[in-house]
Design a protein around this ligand. Structure first.
Ligand code: C5P
Length: 413
């Protein structure tokens, strides 16, 4: 969904905006402006820390609404209690969601007006995290993120980029327009609104020692395009990506991993989901990684790699007895007998559909921008003409939307 379309979706919506205490709060006036441009009304609630970064006066001038802070607590209680405040909105948006605020949400603390509102609300909650990269990557924050997601909290961003603290990495708050888009998708009438999708993409890197790894030539282009296409149809998408040179697709939550085991864990952490599309070229084997860099030693036998089998993420998701995504889709990259091998693979993996493609070098599929695929479902195999990977992604997303619209596999041409 483009920014234009999020306008219609947001028109008349009431956003209760909890402003946390981070430097990214300076983007909040712009966020309020963008939301109002799209017809949403915004009631800001400033945390104590948030009030250190933006003033109630500036926010109320932009929002043309009363700004709630702890300071006005008593009078507000007379006018409107925190329960009512938390429920009159269509959504509660927390931006910036600092590490501290996320931790307080997980712990269920109601230690000031903003956190009390978050505890009392019966409405969907979306957070836009913003913090230093180390704080974002800290196991405590990642644990909290997982818990918040399990509690049903929606997450917009963060982005990767340079930060106010001078460091570079994930932790930058999503841009105001990206947050607006995420809200638009939530309220959107896109055919996949309300559906959650997990998409794997890219290669995995399996370490041999601290400086060497086993990899493959997957670019991630097809998986990233699918994540974006599903997001554009309104799905809530988690992209679990191995190392690629691609930017994170907008409107999609991207989790970066290196190894197959990390990819499997990230997929499991992203459950429950309605859709899983496994487009990653996961390494079949991992090496028993040496703790130190392997050294060339004259006269010594060559180092031997002891390989262990990696988890099959696709088969694992498709074979779940509880919490299996309703539609599990795999890829089959073959260099010969594509349909025959892919049909066998669909059975073996237990998935619903297989997107089969010929990756023999002459096709230029691996690393290239185009793809020629055959969709294998329970019905007849269906060969699509060669097209851009972005078009394959859009067609597959349309097909997925068709499936959910019709409660059954397949779709008319
Ligand atoms: O077995 P093969 O690698 O040919 O199967 C390809 C399909 O299985 C792709 O959808 C790929 O993403 C998925 N796969 C996986 N985990 C693995 C190996 C493959 O999810 N360890």
């Amino acid at each position: 969904m483009g920014v234009g379309e999020s306008g219609a979706a947001l028109s008349g919506k009431r956003v209760l905006l909890v402003v946390g205490g981070g430097i990214a709060a300076v983007k909040i006036p712009d966020l309020i402006r963008r939301l109002r441009e799209r017809g949403a009304s915004v009631s800001p609630v400033l945390t104590r820390a948030g009030a250190e970064f933006v003033t109630p006066l500036s926010l109320s001038a932009l929002a043309e609404e009363k700004v709630y802070t702890e300071l006005f607590d008593l009078t507000d209680e007379a006018e409107m209690g925190h329960i009512q405040l938390s429920r009159q909105a269509d959504i509660v948006l927390v931006a910036p969601a600092t590490a501290n605020l996320m931790a307080r949400m997980v712990a269920g603390m109601a230690d000031e007006l903003a956190t009390t509102v978050l505890m009392a609300t019966d409405k969907p909650v979306m957070i836009a995290p913003a913090m230093n990269v180390r704080m974002w990557e800290h196991p405590a924050t990642q644990r909290n993120l997982k818990q918040l997601r399990a509690d049903g909290v929606l997450v917009a961003g963060p982005n990767e980029g340079s930060m106010a603290c001078g460091e570079f990495g994930p932790g930058r708050m999503a841009e105001p327009l990206e947050i607006v888009d995420a809200l638009g998708r939530h309220f959107g009438s896109g055919p996949l609104a309300g559906k959650r999708a997990i998409v794997t993409s890219g290669p995995t890197h399996e370490p041999i020692d601290p400086v060497r790894y086993i990899a493959n030539r997957s670019s991630g282009k097809q998986g990233h395009a699918i994540a974006r296409a599903l997001g554009d149809l309104g799905a809530d998408v988690v992209l679990v990506s191995g190392p690629t040179a691609l930017p994170d697709p907008p409107g999609v939550e991207t989790v970066h991993v290196e190894t197959a085991v990390e990819m499997r864990d990230a997929c499991e952490a992203a459950l429950p989901a309605d859709i899983a599309v496994c487009a990653a070229a996961v390494a079949d084997w991992r090496a028993e990684a040496a703790g130190q860099k392997l050294k060339k030693q004259e006269g010594q036998p060559l180092p031997q790699l002891a390989l262990a089998e990696n988890p099959d993420i696709l088969a694992g998701l498709a074979g779940r007895t509880t919490g299996r995504p309703e539609l599990v889709i795999g890829f089959a990259a073959e260099t010969q007998n594509v349909v025959e091998y892919a049909t066998a693979k669909r059975k073996k993996k237990g998935c619903d559909w297989i997107v089969a493609n010929d990756v023999s070098p002459a096709t230029g599929t691996f690393g290239g921008d185009r793809n020629a695929v055959t969709l294998i479902s329970a019905g007849e195999p269906e060969t699509w003409p060669p097209m851009a990977k972005t078009e394959v992604a859009e067609r597959l997303a349309d097909r997925i939307a068709w499936y959910f619209g019709h409660d059954g596999p397949g779709a008319p041409e």
